[in-house]
Design a protein around this ligand. Sequence first.
Ligand code: FAD
Length: 369
Amino acid sequence: MRVAVIGAGIIGASIAYNLARRPGVEVTVIEKERPGAGASSHSFAWTNAFDKEPLHYHTLNRDSMELWHRYAHGLGVADAFECRGRLQLENTAEGAEVLRARVRRLQSWGYRCRVMEIGEVSALEPGLVTDSFTAASYSAVEGHVDVPRVIEACLRLAQDRGAEVLTGRAVTGLQRSDNGKIDAVETTGGSVACDVVAVAGGTSTPELAAHAGVLIPQPESPGIVIRTDPRPPLLASVSVLHLPALGPDRADVHLRQTKDGVVQIGQGTQESLNEDDSQAHADDLLDRGARYFPALKGATALPQPVGYRPMPADGLPVLGFAKSARNLYIALMHSGVTLAPLVSELATLEIVDGAQVEALAPYRVERFS
Ligand SMILES: Cc1cc2nc3c(=O)[nH]c(=O)nc-3n(C[C@H](O)[C@H](O)[C@H](O)COP(=O)(O)OP(=O)(O)OC[C@H]3O[C@@H](n4cnc5c(N)ncnc54)[C@H](O)[C@@H]3O)c2cc1C
């Protein structure tokens, strides 16, 4: 079986890695720029299922989170995944009520999170100024990923098993035979013959799928994750801090620190829209973090370009073969960092073994037709 994988972000690279481990599967990855050039390099890379609804989508994320340790270990980059939990704080009575209700709902789904006393928060993260906090929650199962290292490892191991990785080659079309089957992928460097096409082109996936007449509605979903200069280790115990808003125009922020000491800060939740890539906005995000976490004072905020989330119109992934183009496998999703270990394994079951994975039934592209 010859499979052409379009896109070398975390999803395309993970699918290529899983496919290449199967005997008899010839994998060609086609990437228009360089591996990780798309949403994967803009990601906050937080593995979580906290705000994920409905239950089946929460469960999909959670099942994938549980695979991350094994996945990173198998790729030979065990330390590219860190899982020390997430601490979320609120500073209003209303925010406290919403957080407690969310925790109750998540607990009813068996998610490992709980409300935490403010005294416990101080013990966990002594660097936090806790005087204005009205509520806190802790989820032990959340963490973050070093995405570039994971992508690099996936592609390297896939190549070790014979996969070809073509970079700087854009897919421009799909060649279909009379029976509707896609026989080849047209690229800027010639065509690539295939039996199956797996489209993991991130925000370009709707445009790529449209070559085979498959329509996927996708609104724009811009986001910004700013960075700082490298700092000494900041967080004593947790992987991600989610700090409360400082007023109507200064929304909540989430922050993490990567192994190189760089602190990454994003606004709102993982899905919040933001296009302000100015220095002033980057300074403000840092200042919001420093209000509660004074160790950030003195850091330099480095604005980052806007990243666009691959985001199907209903916010849920699109996964599976299209009924109208039977050898076109689509893998388009937000939260791809959280989902990569699981969806790449399940996609492999569907592509190579012909399985129809029931857990993926809510995510078929036909729901939009
Ligand atoms: C600001 C922001 C914050 C985020 N935070 C989180 C988070 O905390 N946790 C989480 O789980 N997820 C998060 N996400 C989402 C996550 O990053 C994405 O879901 C994931 O990176 C998608 O990976 P992908 O491989 O599908 O797409 P991409 O990484 O976009 O990769 C697609 C690749 O396809 C290539 N390509 C496109 N068109 C063509 C073509 N015609 N020919 C060949 N190649 C092509 C692109 O160059 C690109 O390299 C965030 C995203 C953003 C933007």
